[in-house]
Design a protein around this ligand. Sequence first.
Ligand code: FMN
Length: 136
Amino acid sequence: MAKMSERVKEIFQKQHDVVLATASKEGIPNVVVVGAKKIIDDETILISDQYFDKTLANMKENPRAAVTVWEKTEGYQIKGMVSIETSGPRFEETMRWIEDLGKKFNVHLKSKGAVILKITDIYTISPGDSAGQKIA
Ligand SMILES: Cc1cc2nc3c(=O)[nH]c(=O)nc-3n(C[C@H](O)[C@H](O)[C@H](O)COP(=O)(O)O)c2cc1C
């Protein structure tokens, strides 16, 4: 497992929407934008699935996923393994969170699952000599 630094967590939290990449078992890539995301702990991210289609299909057949976050020219790739929870306390809490979020914007939002990303590697993507290097 790899731990997010305070700075990586700060950028993750500040960024309204982050980029989530998955791949099918044949290696066909897919990239989406997600806004319903939170940090569980230094090694774990939670993303709520409201609309995942190819993303969900990919995660079911290939648990490897990557999230990219950035602020100005400072960015990170957060890579890991996902599991999908559709019952239990974490899912129920996610359902309440998403329902409340919908109410705030006067739209109906429903979580279908809590995607738990256990972080295995973190790389910097900031332009410069260390771009692409593993930092955790
Ligand atoms: C700004 C923005 C935020 C989004 N946030 C979420 C989200 O938090 N959860 C979700 O399930 N889909 C979210 N979506 C929808 C996905 O990006 C995407 O449309 C959906 O997963 C279907 O694409 P797929 O077939 O590649 O999975 C968001 C889309 C946009 C444009």
